[in-house]
Design a protein around this ligand. Structure first.
Ligand code: DX5
Ligand code: ZN
Length: 226
């Protein structure tokens, strides 16, 4: 099985207007988003709290592309069913979130959802070597998770290249998340990443009332890759 390795932009709604998520999802899709990235934080695995399965369920009718849910929570397993029922297309769990990531990934696929595994900046690529036959996506964090608007950590580019080599011809997406801009996206893509998560770089300057900057910002990232 092969997958589409062309570059995709997945705006993170962490940078959207929290009072208007439904219309924000529609606006970024109308402006050309390929996927919608949903950052779930629990105030325990990461030092910030965002939202949970109910929000995912509420925005699902407003997302026509791919609802890509990044779980920055620990534990993960008790919530998989709820996120699956909320309509997630992809559920990504962190390899650092607990001792049983293998079981977590089995449970995600068992719930009928594509499975992703995420690596914090301090975690080596080798941590996911035993998991590659059970994931659809590897997320290489290019900031320490918890907040938008942080600086891209360049040392992670080598990790992207390592993951790309490990994957071989398996049908697995490589996603980068954190500090992705027109300046940093080419580094990640050249190393083998195909899904660019971007929050501030997509949402800056725009709004539901004035969505054109969302499209311009995404085009600036694409143009930098051309
Ligand atoms: C960080 C989140 C990211 C974040 C990216 O914990 O996982 O998705 O929102 O934001 P920017 O693009 O602003 O770095
Ligand atoms: Zn994320």
């Amino acid at each position: 099985m092969s997958i589409d390795r062309s570059v995709k932009i997945a705006p993170s709604i962490l940078s959207a207007d929290f009072a208007d998520f439904g219309r924000e999802c529609e606006a970024i899709e109308a402006e050309g988003a390929d996927w919608v990235h949903v950052d779930v934080m629990d105030g325990h695995f990461v030092p910030n709290i965002t939202f949970g399965p109910q929000l995912c369920k509420a925005i699902r009718p407003h997302v026509k592309t791919v609802m890509d849910v990044h779980l920055m929570i620990a534990p993960v397993d008790p919530y998989i069913e709820a996120f699956a029922e909320a309509g997630a297309d992809i559920l990504t769990a962190h390899v650092e979130a607990g001792p049983h990531i293998h079981r977590t990934l089995q449970a995600i696929r068992g719930a009928g959802v594509m499975a992703g595994v995420a690596l914090n900046p301090g975690t080596p690529a080798g941590a996911i070597a035993p998991l590659l036959d059970m994931v659809d996506l590897v997320l290489v964090m290019t900031v320490n998770p918890g907040f938008g608007g942080q600086k891209f950590i360049e040392s992670q580019v080598a990790k992207v290249a390592e993951v790309r080599a490990m994957i071989g011809d398996r049908p697995i997406h490589i996603q980068v998340d954190g500090g992705v801009t027109p300046e940093t996206a080419p580094l990640a893509v050249n190393a083998g990443a195909d899904v660019m998560v971007a929050g501030s770089a997509v949402f800056k300057g725009g709004s539901v009332a004035n969505p054109a900057p969302y499209g311009q910002n995404m085009n600036a990232i694409r143009a930098a890759l051309a």
